[in-house]
Design a protein around this ligand. Structure first.
Ligand code: NAD
Length: 477
């Protein structure tokens, strides 16, 4: 399907209109934000079938794999944000030193201003709309720029937005690099970007010019460790294979490679084969025409993944086939070394490399030596192993005993660290992204007698009095 690009003039005038609306404080009343959030929930609920069909035509994903990570979190997230607005926006009264009690010290949350959200193709709704929920809740007018590689989804959002949302404050802009570059030349009060590290760096460089705060939700190689002596290997294999086959591995949270104690590699490989047979009992396995396997986005990525498989020096012990329709069979590769082609970059495809390690410490050292991942997955029942990972590794999220589970939990932040990006979202964390916490202080005239020491001419007595905070007793360790 052909995506209608927004003209440069139109995106510039949208930006100008949003700024005007913000200056007119249109998004300030909570009743306005609540109505818009509920409208957003309605947009997704009332057009569920059309949105799922557009998504399917872009990416060929089964409806279960659309509703679970996309429609559910969006509708429930928008409603929960609408219900939480009062609480999130409540001014905070910090506990201050007693002598400042009369100063009415308050922390207000104020919207940052007009913001931009740029999304990837692989989750064409959730990666743009969950941040948008935060922007609406915060009171920020927003332009959303979906990816051109999910054109039907992007076009439908452009059609539905004006029917449900106030277009003087919320807009969809569609386009490719030229349109995104034009957007980045404009001034925004926050940019929320989800995508690759390569483009993330371009966005960061553009944001610097206007000193624009930025959230970067990037891809990464998310490792898995199977603590084979302390876990149910078959359950681990089933959950990893399920996470990996989601969208054919084209997911930022996809379990990328699996570190497994050397002595257990064969048992783990067997467990994967067993899970595969249960998932795809069809005559031709996962590539059977009746299976629900997702396809790879385009020929470029299809070729890239097949080339990785061609270059690997590991053993392809299961799978490795493709059907000529951009579908690649979930493929298990054993005895993968750290310098293998499969360990070069985020796989973003349905390959499961098994990397043999000596033990848990070896696994941790391998993870520590590589870029900080978005997620680390650990399969273990051992408290000792859990603690070792918690204390000795860094990642956006640490998930025990499952894969791919976080987007539905609105109460926890989701976001990368280090090489996998910075900033976070979901629920109140999305709201926090788009607000400024503004301190408010009122020093009453009646306080004047207590301020006398600060005025010239300075005196020794005044110096001693005002030095008191620097001279407080420091507690013993
Ligand atoms: P991408 O970086 O190629 O594109 C992301 C967005 O940037 C798109 O809207 C695209 O139009 C725009 N863009 C592309 N080139 C640009 C340029 N030169 N200048 C300005 N804008 C440009 O990413 P993608 O291929 O759409 O998505 C896949 C990547 O996104 C993977 O690395 C994946 O892991 C990552 N991702 C991360 C998360 C997360 O939450 N951390 C979620 C989904 C996807």
């Amino acid at each position: 399907m052909a995506l209608k690009y927004t003209t440069i003039e139109d995106l510039q005038s949208a930006h100008a209109e949003l700024r005007k609306s913000f200056q007119a404080r249109k998004t300030i009343p909570l009743a306005f934000r609540r109505a818009q959030l509920l409208q957003l929930a309605r947009l997704f609920q009332e057009n569920n079938d059309r949105l799922m069909a557009a998504h399917n035509s872009d990416l060929g994903r089964h409806k279960l794999e659309i509703t679970l990570p996309e429609m559910g979190p969006i509708v429930s997230g928008a409603v929960r944000a609408a219900e939480s607005l009062e609480e999130w926006n409540k001014p905070e009264k910090p506990v201050v030193e007693e002598w400042r009690n009369s100063w009415d010290t308050t922390v207000y949350t104020t919207p940052k201003g007009v913001v931009l959200i740029i999304g990837p193709w692989n989750y064409p709704f959730v990666c743009t709309i969950l941040p948008l929920i935060g922007a609406i809740a915060a009171g920020c007018p927003c332009v959303v720029k979906p990816s051109k590689f999910s054109p039907a989804s992007a076009q439908l959002l452009a059609e539905l937005f004006p029917k449900y949302l106030d277009t003087s404050v919320y807009r969809i802009v569609n386009g490719a690099v030229a349109e995104t570059t034009a957007l980045l030349e404009l001034k925004w009060e926050h940019i929320f970007f989800t995508g690759s590290g390569r483009v993330g760096r371009i966005i960061a460089a553009a944001a610097v010019k206007h000193v624009t705060p930025l959230t970067l939700e990037l891809g990464s190689k998310s490792p898995v460790f199977i603590d084979a002596d302390n876990t149910d290997i078959e359950l681990a294999a089933k959950r990893i294979l399920w996470g990996k086959q989601q969208n054919a591995g084209q997911c930022c949270m996809s379990p990328d490679y699996v570190l497994v104690p050397r002595a257990h590699q064969d048992a783990v490989a067997e467990a994967f084969k067993k899970a595969y047979q249960k998932f795809w009992p069809h005559p031709k396995g996962a590539l059977d025409p009746s299976s629900e396997l997702s396809s790879i986005l385009n020929q470029h990525h299809y070729g890239r993944i097949m080339e990785l498989l061609r270059r690997t020096e590991g053993n392809i012990t299961h799978g490795g086939n493709a059907d000529g329709l951009k579908r690649i069979e979930p493929t298990l590769v054993t005895d993968v070394r750290l310098d293998d082609s499969l360990m070069e970059d985020e796989l973003f495809g349905p390959i499961i490399p098994l990397v043999p390690v000596n033990d848990v410490l070896d696994a941790i050292q391998i993870i520590q030596a590589r870029p900080v991942p978005l997620v680390i997955y650990v399969f273990t029942d051992s408290e000792e192993t859990k603690t070792k990972f918690l204390e000795s590794t860094s990642s956006g999220t640490l998930v025990l005993n499952d894969t791919f589970t976080q987007l539905g939990i609105h109460e926890m932040p989701f976001g990368g660290q280090g090489d996998s990006g910075y900033g976070s979202y979901l629920g109140k964390f999305s709201f926090n992204t788009f607000v400024h916490r503004r301190s408010y202080i009122n020093v009453p005239p009646a306080f004047e007698p207590f301020l006398g020491h600060r005025y010239p001419p300075f005196t020794e007595e005044g110096f001693q009095a005002l030095s008191a905070p620097a001279n407080i007793k420091i507690p013993d360790c």
